[in-house]
Design a protein around this ligand. Sequence first.
Ligand SMILES: C[S@@+](CC[C@H](N)C(=O)[O-])C[C@H]1O[C@@H](n2cnc3c(N)ncnc32)[C@H](O)[C@@H]1O
Length: 249
Amino acid sequence: MYPRDCELPTSSNAAEFAWQKDDVFGRIAGRYDRLCDLFSLGIHRRWKRRVAQVIAGEPWVTLLDGATGTGDILLRVLPSVRGQQRTVIASDISPSMLAIARQRLAAQRGTVELRQLDAERMPTIASGSVDAYSISLGLKICDRGLAMREAWRVLKPGGRLIVLEASNIPWAPLHKAYLSYMSLCMPLLGWLATGGDASAYKYLLQGIRDFPTAEALAQELREQGFDSVAFERLSLGVVAIHTARKPLA
Ligand SMILES: C[S@@+](CC[C@H](N)C(=O)[O-])C[C@H]1O[C@@H](n2cnc3c(N)ncnc32)[C@H](O)[C@@H]1O
């Protein structure tokens, strides 16, 4: 089914997060959107606007958004495809995050289907059944090798993959300064905002630090068999949007 055996290490989970062991997203679901504003100083809104534009610009009828969280990306995608015959599956492992997504996407009923799914294994999604698969700020907190294999499996030949994720500022000294700033500020902000729930920022910080560079992620996607791999850095490279295609043949 896959073009070749994946060449990634057996575990490629940058944050070493396992939803089975820590329901952190369940605990912070109600505060998640405010935490995003706090941790990124509001800049995540710009990243999400851009990735939504990229998703909406791809030719799809069926879109699966993995690790959809509170539906923040889809809320920005759906207005661009209103009135068109589209099917959107919003999936996440956390029922609490999905409950918020359900409320926020209520006006889109009929277009959006919500499903509790582990991005690493989605047995209820048929192979070769979706035209586009997107995952935003979720790849660093799951085993990306497994998640990308699942993306490959569920995509139709010619289907598109869109990934928004933490990345690297190409000028190394600036990247180092950014990581130092995050290491100093995030625990303090996180501690204050979550009332001392250390998990929320611990995973985020480790995921940012250990996620591959934009070039390395592009190479991993090629090794998984995707073609037309490209990336766009945002905010100097703090995050990047990768796009790729499952080959037609
Ligand atoms: C940082 S949030 C991103 C949410 C949303 N995509 C956004 O950009 O706002 C990460 C989400 O990934 C979900 N998640 C974590 N591990 C997962 C897994 N293995 N499969 C599916 N979702 C997962 C969490 O429940 C959480 O909602």
